[in-house]
Write a protein of this length. Structure first.
Length: 298
């Protein structure tokens, strides 16, 4: 009788421990590195936090405001329809900021791991929500950009997309886009904003980014599905995991039983879905996590 009660108690204790384990991710770096050393197909999903140490403000942290607005107020087709000059000032400012910044050790650790693993017949794929191109600058190949890029524009009429690295993007935006709340709106006439350069078109162009309420590119989404399906390890770096559909990618991978590790300054609403959580700046945690493992074959 006593033995039965004890074994029931122990069984219950064990199941509570398993439940606690499931909801509390591990921060055991050595254990993560063992998993990393065996993974053959790694997906790294990144957000604004990975570029924070390069000096690019995140969306939902301090510094997430431009003048009196948050991204949600300006990164919409409605805002652009109402005031294309204001929205172009916002993006022109961000282009200029990004052009003055460099990739940081977090971006570099990912690029170096991708190169090294490729030499071992292993794959590392970056899926980013960022539009800053810093993964490219760090030397990462074949980055999947979920939300577009600051350095492409798209015609609002014929939808032609072109790359554009001019600084400023048009002369009328020179010296405009100041971020302080008291800055005057430039009220640039539409004719002087970026335009389509297709012969016979010339319509207003917009940033080639995905705004709230807009669908993500279907080819991009199907490539993402494919990569998430194939991966045997997933890293989620510097994202608050609140913006969909990106917010559900890593939890879906975890549901398949694949190890997922979150690298963030703080816990997020997705943290408890993951097996590992590493608190701290990604520029410090990623170089440790992705450094060559003694078991790697050159
Ligand atoms: C560090 C760090 C360091 C800091 N080291 N970490 C389902 C449910 C509910 C709503 C929806 C849903 N499906 C769709 C929606 C609507 C909407 C949405 O998700 N809304 C939510 C806010 C609730 N989604 C959409 O509209 C998407 N479209 C879509 O799904 O179409 C179909 C559809 C439409 C409408 C209804 C239903 C279906 C499109 C979303 C496009 C998002 N676009 C933006 C702007 C891009 C252009 C631009 O930049 O201007 O993308 S919004 C903004 O958020 C940007 C980012 O990519 C994105 C994600 O932000 P991110 O990267 O996570 O940054 P932060 O700032 O939030 O977090 C930074 C993190 O880093 C923090 O956790 C820090 O702690 C951490 N950190 N320093 C490590 N050094
Ligand atoms: Zn056009």
């Amino acid at each position: 009788m006593f033995a039965t009660a004890t074994s029931n108690f122990l069984r219950r204790l064990k199941s509570l421990a398993v439940m606690a384990e499931r909801s509390r991710p591990s921060s055991d770096m050595a254990a993560f590195r063992e998993v990393f050393s065996k993974a053959k197909y790694i997906v790294v999903l990144t957000g604004a936090g990975i570029s924070a140490e390069s000096g690019i403000p995140t969306f939902r942290g301090a510094g997430g405001y431009w003048r009196r607005w948050k991204a949600q107020d300006l990164a919409t087709p409605q805002a652009f329809g109402r005031n294309p000059s204001l929205v172009w000032e916002f993006y022109s400012y961000r282009r200029e900021v990004v052009l003055s910044k460099m990739p940081n050790p977090g971006h570099e650790a990912i690029a170096a791991a991708q190169k090294r693993l490729a030499g071992q017949g292993r794959k590392l794929v970056v899926i980013t929500q960022n539009i800053d191109r810093l993964h490219h600058s760090a030397g990462t190949d074949d980055v999947i950009e979920l939300h577009g890029t600051l350095f492409k524009v798209r015609c609002t009429e014929c939808e032609t997309v072109r790359e554009d690295w001019n600084s400023p993007i048009v002369p009328a935006l020179a010296g405009k886009g100041a971020p302080d709340p008291d800055a005057e709106d430039a009220r640039i006439p539409e004719a002087d904003l970026p335009r389509c350069n297709q012969a016979g078109c010339g319509a207003l162009a917009r940033p080639h980014v995905v705004w709230f309420g807009e669908g993500l590119d279907s080819e991009v989404l199907s490539r993402v599905d494919d990569e998430l399906e194939k991966c045997d390890l997933c890293l989620v770096v510097g994202t608050s995991s609140v913006v969909y559909p990106a917010a559900m990618f890593a939890p879906l991978v975890a549901q398949r039983g694949v190890p997922v590790a979150e690298f963030n300054l703080e816990e997020t609403s997705a943290t408890t879905s993951f097996g590992y959580h590493f608190s701290g700046p990604a520029g410090q945690t990623l170089p440790v996590a992705l450094a060559p493992h003694p078991d790697e074959k050159d």
